[in-house]
Structure formats: C-alpha cells, structure tokens
Design a protein around this ligand. Structure first.
Ligand code: MN
Length: 235
C-alpha cells in the first residue's frame, strides 16, 4: 500500500492539490499533518484522506465529527492502521513560552486558543497509547528545530560560512521526549513551513513543507507499507 504524506494544506487549494497528487502517484491513502482547514469538503476526489488537527482548523467540524466524504479526522493519542502499519497521532501544538509570546504579539495561531494545544501525558500513558506504533504523526515539530538561514559569504574568496542571522531554535521538548520514548520508525509533522529531515534517537523524522500551493518550497513523502521505505520528493 502506498501512502501519501503531506504537510499544511491551509484550505481548499492545498486539499485539492493533495487529492490530485494522490491520484497522480497512485496513492492508496493520504495522511495530512495538520492545518488542513477544509476538512469538510463534500466531494474531494481522493483515496481515504486522514487528517491530524493543527493549531488552526475548523474547530466546529472537528467537535462535531462532520468531516467531508473520504476525510477521516484523528483525535490526539489515538492510533489507526493502514495495511499492517500502525500510526499514532498528536495534533495541535505545544504550549510553549515562544508560542505564548507570538500570541501576545497578536499573531493569530488559531483563534480559539483552548483548541490549539495538545495535552502532555506521563511517560507510561504515552507508551500505552502508542504501543506498537511505527509511524508517529504530529503537527508541531520536536525540539530542536532550527529556523533561520546563513547568508552568502560577503566576499568571493571568503572561506567561512556567513554570519548566522535570525536563527531561532524552536520546537517541543515534549514531542522530542515522546519520540525518544516510543521510538517509532518514522515521525512526520508540519507547522514550520520548512523541510527538515533528521534522526531523533532511532526515529527518522520528517518535518514536511506545506502542500499549500501558495508556497514556493513544497514537497511530500510517500510510505510503502510493504517495505516501510519512505521517499521525500520536492515539488
Ligand atoms: Mn500550524
């Protein structure tokens, strides 16, 4: 079974892009890692489309469970199976000082603030919830996630890297601990709008760029449930 895994969709164009991509590559299922928004589309032409909640969603649709045809919403700390592969879910974002600062500055992170956080469970509860999980899905990124860039060297013959400008290390300590506790083979998330592929302990972690068509840097991953091979592809 071929599973298409995508990041933030941010509404209808992104949702349609994901559905079209699923058909183009012959995917049997879609997994979307939060900030989908348009989870109530009535006629999305798609294989089963599994969504994790982000920090910005149509909360009433989630509360009432009235998802569009073919769209399946998954609550935090639940699991589901595609073929023989068990997926675990922690949607939303972590309640960190950094996020509180952004909200104080007036950045809209999802309007109804009670809905945007995930609950932090104790280690044994997490182990119980995610027993046998091979793929962990989150919206937020585990710590340490590096935002920022290095500019080009100032001179043509400059040997070193440029000055590090505007680098910020963000992400959730808690999700880092969950990954190191559960040790899934793979982790996928979104939210940061920036690709990052790395190992966290034994887990290969993919923070996916958006599938939202407005973004220039886009991409997706596929998982083959027979071989457990993951491939990341830039769009
Ligand atoms: Mn987000």
């Amino acid at each position: 079974m071929k599973v298409l895994i995508v990041g933030d969709a941010h509404g209808e164009p992104g949702m349609y892009a994901a559905a079209r991509l699923a058909r183009d590559i012959g995917a049997d299922a879609v997994v979307q890692c939060g900030d989908a928004w348009s989870v109530d589309l009535p006629n999305l032409d798609t294989p089963p489309f599994h969504v994790v909640r982000g920090n910005h969603e149509k909360w009433r649709v989630w509360a009432e469970g009235k998802f569009g045809k073919g769209i399946v919403g998954h609550a935090d700390y639940t699991t589901f199976k595609l073929d023989k592969v068990k997926f675990g879910v922690i949607g939303g974002i972590d309640d960190t000082p950094k996020v509180r600062d952004l909200m104080d500055m007036g950045l809209d992170l999802g309007q109804e603030h009670d809905e945007i956080w995930f609950a932090r469970l104790e280690g044994q509860q997490v182990r119980d919830a995610f027993a046998g999980v091979s793929v962990l899905l989150t919206h937020d990124a585990p710590f340490p996630f590096v935002l920022g860039h290095r500019p080009l060297p100032p001179m043509a013959d400059y040997k070193g890297a440029g000055e590090v400008v505007r680098t910020e290390v963000v992400g959730s300590d808690y999700l880092n601990e969950v990954i190191r506790t559960v040790e899934p083979q793979y982790h996928f998330g979104g939210h940061m709008h920036l690709l990052c592929i790395r190992y966290i302990g034994k887990t290969r972690s993919y923070q996916l760029p958006p599938i939202d068509t407005i973004f220039q840097r886009r991409g997706y991953a596929t998982l083959d449930t027979e071989t457990m091979r993951v491939q990341y592809v830039d769009l």
